[in-house]
Design a protein around this ligand. Structure first.
Ligand code: AMP
Ligand code: ZN
Length: 120
C-alpha cells in the first residue's frame, strides 16, 4: 500500500495530522503512541500506524513492516514507563463484540496493575 493513507473522517487520522490534539508519547516514521483519553490502567496508551488500516482484520502480509513498527513503538513506551519489568498487555479490538470504537487499527498498551484474565 502507498504511504501515507488517510481517511478524512477518521479520528486517529486527524490526530496524526495534528488537527485534533492528543498527548503524544512517541512518534516514529510509521507509528505514533498517544495517551488513551479514558485510561483503564495506570499506563494505557494507544500505538497507532500512521497509515489508515481499518482494523487487525484488514491486515495483509504487505502490512508486516507497519505492524511491527506499531508493536515496537508500544514496546518502547512500555520500557520508558517502567512496565516492562512488571508486565503489560497488548490488545487489538476488532468489531462490535470486542468493542472496537475507532476504525483505525490501534494496539492498546495496558499495564501498571495486575490485569484480569479472561478480559470482560
Ligand atoms: P477501541 O475501543 O479498541 O476502538 O479503542 C479506542 C480507544 O480510543 C478507546 O480506549 C478510547 O478511550 C480511545 N479514544 C477515543 N477518543 C480518543 C482521543 N480523542 N484521544 C485519545 N484516545 C481516544
Ligand atoms: Zn484513520
Amino acid at each position: 500500500m502507498t504511504y501515507p493513507e488517510r481517511d478524512p473522517n477518521c479520528l486517529f487520522c486527524k490526530i496524526i495530522a495534528g488537527e485534533i490534539p492528543a498527548k503524544k508519547l512517541l512518534e516514529t516514521p510509521d507509528a505514533i503512541v498517544i495517551a488513551d483519553i479514558n485510561p483503564q490502567a495506570p499506563v494505557h496508551v494507544l500505538a497507532i500506524p500512521r497509515r489508515h488500516i481499518p482494523s487487525a482484520a484488514a491486515l495483509t502480509p504487505a502490512d508486516a513492516t507497519t505492524l511491527l513498527a506499531v508493536i515496537a513503538a508500544a514496546n518502547t513506551v512500555a520500557r520508558d514507563t517502567g512496565i516492562e519489568a512488571t508486565g503489560y498487555r497488548l490488545v487489538m479490538n476488532h468489531g462490535a463484540d470486542a468493542g472496537q470504537s475507532v476504525d483505525h487499527l490501534h494496539v492498546h498498551l495496558l499495564g501498571g496493575r495486575a490485569l484480569g484474565w479472561p478480559p470482560g
